[in-house]
Design a protein around this ligand. Structure first.
Ligand SMILES: [Mn+2]
Length: 448
């Protein structure tokens, strides 16, 4: 990889390679992909545009109203023809000529010629792969055989193994995300609001011409026990922890990092103890991730580490009968420890479901492989809705000391999340925002 290539150039090379990988997986056929359109917000205003993820994967073209046909001899990108109104309101857009050279494509046509070009190719090949929602539209144009099942599974399989250019983009998103977290830690002061911290994070991304890969979570105190808290409107108080779960997106490729830091700049004794417990679970789980290990295995690794830590604190009665089956630690971490990462922050995965099996269960059986990117994100939360639930109180009465747990209500939660790339024998951590206690406190050290 040329070190001086910019993100845009890398994304274009990556997409060219992805098209090649896809046509090799689905040979002697045509593949049709539709990009996203602008989504109306109200009247003549629109939501910010985000391209369809498969379209990013195959074209790197981040503009609305495009389509793509890939065939064994090349590809055609179809772009909307801009009219005078567009020029007046939105300015110039790509022409077929500029797009062909900017995006290094075999052919670029205007959308108006899609039908004609599709029919021509459909006459030449026997099979067309596309998404289910495109099928009825294309069936009206040709009697070519359509297949959407293999289309989806092939794309999922290719998207889950990252190639060099994609890894480079993910590293750049990871770098910017790591430094944005660090920046936030440096600027945090008690009395600020969650949204002010969000703004610091955001401005860092904007300065790098990146955007959020998902709605950021900036949760102080008990808000951190709401797993997807997005209000971000509360005032930070001394003595609280602040959980920030946010990430940047580089030309469509995401990072996803969580840090939990003390508002006053120093972890209290209790906070440090619980935090260390989560950090240890994360380190153990990261160390465990390598090809051949399943998602169920890494969840188990994390669970056992959390259980051990909670037992040390007396919250869980570690030697209780039936503890392996009850998994009491799950009450304090009601989410998986890992998910796929890529163009979508919760990226696609290719796994086979057994008859009648839920997709979540099938996913857990899936094994890690070289070049897969995943998150490792153990958490520990004191969630009232779970800890005061009557059924839970009964079910876990022998294994959890609920009286002791009462003391932690209002504590909120802790999550520590990093992005890793599975390598041949282990993994490489892509994100590096401070997370050791001394590191975080050092970063937050202030004159006050
Ligand atoms: Mn995540």
């Amino acid at each position: 990889m040329d070190a001086i290539m910019n993100d845009f150039e890398i994304s274009i090379e990556a997409a060219a390679l992805n098209r090649k990988r896809l046509i090799e997986a689905l040979p002697d056929a045509i593949i049709v992909v539709e990009g996203n359109d602008l989504l109306t917000r109200s009247g003549d205003t629109h939501y910010p545009f985000r391209q369809n993820s498969d379209f990013i994967f195959l074209s790197a073209f981040h503009h609305p109203g495009a389509a793509l046909i890939i065939h064994p001899k090349g590809e055609i990108l179809f772009i909307p023809e801009v009219d005078q109104k567009h020029l007046v309101w939105l300015g110039e857009a790509e022409t077929t000529k500029s797009a062909k050279s900017d995006y290094k494509l075999r052919r670029v046509c205007y959308q108006g010629s899609f039908e004609q070009e599709f029919k021509k190719l459909a006459d030449r090949y026997n099979l067309c792969y596309c998404a289910p929602k495109l099928m009825s539209k294309l069936k009206k144009l040709s009697s070519i055989k359509m297949n959407s099942k293999d289309y989806r599974s092939s794309l999922n399989r290719l998207r889950q193994y990252k190639q060099e250019g994609e890894i480079e983009l993910m590293k750049r998103a990871a770098n910017v995300t790591s430094s944005a977290h660090k920046e936030l830690m440096k600027k945090l002061k008690p009395g600020m609001h969650e949204y002010e911290l969000q703004a610091i994070f955001e401005s860092h991304l904007t300065n790098e011409q990146m955007c959020h890969s998902f709605a950021p979570i900036v949760a102080s105190g008990k808000n951190a026990s709401v797993l997807h808290y997005e209000k971000n409107n509360q005032k930070l108080k001394k003595g609280q922890l602040l959980l920030v779960d946010a990430g940047a997106e580089a030309f469509g490729y995401a990072a996803d990092v969580s840090r939990t830091i003390p508002v006053s700049g120093r972890y209290s004794k209790v906070q440090a103890r619980l935090y260390s417990l989560v950090l240890q679970a994360q380190q153990k789980t990261i160390d465990f991730c390598r090809p051949g290990v399943s998602f169920a295995d890494i969840n188990e690794c994390c669970s056992l580490s959390l259980r051990e830590g909670l037992a040390d604190m007396g919250i869980i009665r570690g030697s209780s009968k039936g503890i392996d089956k009850l998994k009491p630690e799950a009450l304090f971490m009601p989410h998986g420890v890992s998910h796929m990462l890529g163009i979508d922050v919760h990226d696609v995965a290719c796994f086979k479901q057994k008859r009648g099996e839920e997709s979540r269960a099938a996913f857990k059986r899936m094994e890690l492989g070289e070049d897969m990117a995943i998150t490792v994100e153990p958490g520990l939360y004191f969630i009232k809705a779970l800890l005061e639930d009557r059924k839970n109180l009964k079910k876990y009465s022998e294994v959890i000391d609920f009286k002791l747990v009462d003391r932690y209500k209002g504590f909120g939660g802790i999550r520590i999340e990093d992005d890793i790339l599975i390598t041949k024998r282990g993994n490489k951590v892509l994100t590096y925002a401070p997370k050791e206690i001394e590191e975080v406190e050092g970063c937050m050290e202030r004159m006050t």
